[in-house]
Design a protein around this ligand. Structure first.
Ligand SMILES: [Zn+2]
Length: 283
């Protein structure tokens, strides 16, 4: 499941093919993904220029010259592929259409953007750009973890009266937007905070210390995605999925990497999801 760094990598990969470019033609091959597509989606996209491609949490937002914004969510299994060779930037010839190619954008520069989603938990919607933040999916989101509104005092205030485990608090999209299971595990490991500890019982200093750690964990993953983008031109043009090396996620039974710790990574289930942590150095 793509998390924030993967979505940001997709956005960066799409940007040279889409930003400033007119959507010449859009193929919408079924009536819905997770939800029905918006009314007259093809007509509302055709002939519009993508003025800006931005990201909010795990949503890609394409601001169109019509004053509408196309919202794209990859869901569980959504994949985006760039093909064509508009400016010599993409080495990929257009692939044969595949079974789950639900939406295809034909850009005026010759690029083709394909959205493929076998499980169809993804979503697309069209909303007025001016009031985009009021959309039901966006209005519930807390600050961006890499933005200025996510700061020490915000997290301290959000945690103060929280009786839930810190793991759940950081997954709460109203506290901070876009953090998912993997990067919460990684951040708590770097901060040496047990995922089981109640958010409201962690000292102010340790909560504050989590803010730069969360930023760094995400930034490191975005940087890794950046190197994957340089490679994807030699690969198949699919964006956003790349090999990671995690310090704690998925390492159950392996030795803890904290120098001098000697502990072993454990896996527990919290709210139906796996938490990986070292009980020795995460308190
Ligand atoms: Zn350890």
């Amino acid at each position: 499941m793509p998390e924030l760094p993967e979505v940001e990598t997709v956005r960066r990969g799409l940007s040279p093919a889409m930003e400033g470019v007119v959507i010449e033609k859009a193929d919408v091959n079924r009536p819905d993904l997770r939800w029905p597509f918006p009314d007259r989606m093809v007509e509302r996209l055709t002939g519009q220029r993508v003025d800006r491609l931005r990201r909010r949490s795990k949503y890609i937002l394409a601001d169109l010259s019509s004053g509408e914004t196309l919202l794209i969510h990859l869901g569980m299994s959504g994949r985006m592929t760039v093909s064509g060779d508009p400016l010599g930037q993409f080495a990929h010839t257009h692939p044969m259409p595949e079974k789950h190619d639900h939406v295809v954008f034909h850009m005026a520069n010759g690029a083709r953007i394909t959205f493929n989603d076998p499980r169809r938990f993804g979503a697309m919607d069209l909303l007025p750009t001016a009031t985009a933040e009021d959309h039901k999916l966006l209005s519930v989101l807390g600050p961006e973890p890499l933005g200025n509104d996510f700061h020490e005092q915000h997290l301290v205030d959000a945690f103060r009266s929280k009786n839930t485990p810190v793991k759940s608090a950081l997954l709460d999209q109203g506290i901070v937007a876009g953090l998912g299971n993997i990067y919460v595990c990684e951040a708590l490991y770097r901060g040496r905070v047990s995922p089981r500890r109640k958010a409201g019982q962690i000292s102010v200093a340790r909560v504050a210390a989590l803010v730069p750690i969360i930023r760094q964990v995400l930034q490191d993953a975005i940087d890794a995605g950046g190197s994957s983008l340089r490679d994807f031109r030699q690969a198949d043009g699919e964006l956003g999925y790349f090999q990671h090396s995690f310090d704690v996620y998925g390492r159950e039974g392996a030795p803890c990497r904290t120098p001098g710790c000697g502990g072993e990574i454990k896996r527990i289930t919290q709210s139906g999801r796996s938490s990986f942590y070292c009980a020795q150095c995460q308190r």
